[in-house]
Design a protein around this ligand. Structure first.
Ligand SMILES: Nc1ncnc2c1ncn2[C@@H]1O[C@H](COP(=O)(O)OP(=O)(O)OP(=O)(O)O)[C@@H](O)[C@H]1O
Length: 273
């Protein structure tokens, strides 16, 4: 399902204007990462997608719906939102009840709801914790409960706010696999991330925000090659790219495999650039 954001301005009651006129189109099935410093407006932008925050000016469309005409409950059929802090999202006494809340609220019948819950818990590696109280689990596990709760809603659009925070390598790999599987199912994924390695390895398109504006938007390779835009937005390129630049390479290796291939090529050609 497509997302269309037009001329979006948001001013909080405190008087802070967090978005200064944002335009963004996301095609159905696309995966987009939003990056930028703290306070750039990323969370404010994505909270417009499920109606938690409403435009001061401009419009947000989710498929053929304008968010201003829909309630949060209606928008929940189309947009699943995973909070940055899982404790803002988790409230039930068992993991399974928490993950089952969304499907139940969306009107899934008992059988579909149960399957949605068990598939989602399986996907995040927590099937064995279904009956445990979420507060007995670690932050990284609670984060995965929050992801499962949104997966179980089977929405065409999934928004992830800082999904890899607090995850170890295995957790990051698991989240990368979830993003891959959502895309394979034709769903649209929008993720805010400060983890540039996760970003370049898993997202084809990167949107850079600073001071409530989109400063760069395009294929990951192009955006991360735009040194001026990254510096202006105070975004550090991914680790491998920094090493590649230090070596004087012009290419943009997106993961360790691509880096090693490029290294082998350079050695083969006897060149340093
Ligand atoms: N509920 C709120 N009330 C008032 N101001 C807010 C509120 N939420 C965010 N802001 C302000 O709006 C601006 C943008 O914040 P936002 O959280 O959208 O940025 P962000 O890029 O998501 O940052 P972070 O990476 O820290 O989450 C900041 O100046 C922030 O202080």
């Amino acid at each position: 399902m497509a997302i269309s954001v037009r001329g979006l301005v948001h001013t909080y009651p405190s008087g802070v204007t967090a978005l200064q006129g944002v335009d963004l189109d996301v095609a159905p099935g696309e995966r987009v990462a939003i990056v930028g410093q703290n306070g750039a407006g990323k969370t404010t932008l994505v909270r417009h997608l499920n109606g938690m925050v409403r435009p001061t000016e401009g419009e947000v469309r989710i498929g053929d719906w304008s968010t201003t005409e829909k309630s949060i409950a209606e928008l929940a059929h189309r947009v699943g939102y995973v909070f940055q802090n899982p404790d803002e999202q988790i409230f039930a006494r068992t993991v399974a009840t928490d993950v089952g809340f969304g499907p139940k609220n969306l009107g899934f019948d008992e059988e579909r709801a149960q399957r949605a819950v068990s598939d989602a818990l399986e996907a995040v590696g927590l099937a064995h914790e279904a009956d445990v109280h979420p507060h007995h689990l670690s932050l990284s596990e609670r984060k995965r409960i929050a992801i499962a709760a949104v997966l179980a809603m089977q929405t065409p659009i999934v928004v992830l706010d800082e999904p890899t925070t607090g995850q170890d390598d295995a957790g990051v790999q698991l989240i990368a696999a979830i993003v891959g599987s959502l895309i394979a199912q034709g769903r649209t994924v929008v993720a805010i991330t400060h983890d540039m390695d996760f970003c370049i390895e898993n997202f084809d398109r990167v949107v850079v925000m600073a001071q409530g504006e989109v400063r760069a938007d395009g294929p990951a390779e192009e955006v991360f090659a735009d040194v001026a835009a990254l510096e202006a937005a105070a975004v550090e390129p991914p680790q491998l790219l920094r090493v590649a630049r230090a070596l004087g390479w012009s290419g943009t290796p997106r993961d360790a495999r691509a880096f090693v291939d490029q290294l082998a090529q350079q050695r083969g050609s006897g060149s340093s650039a």
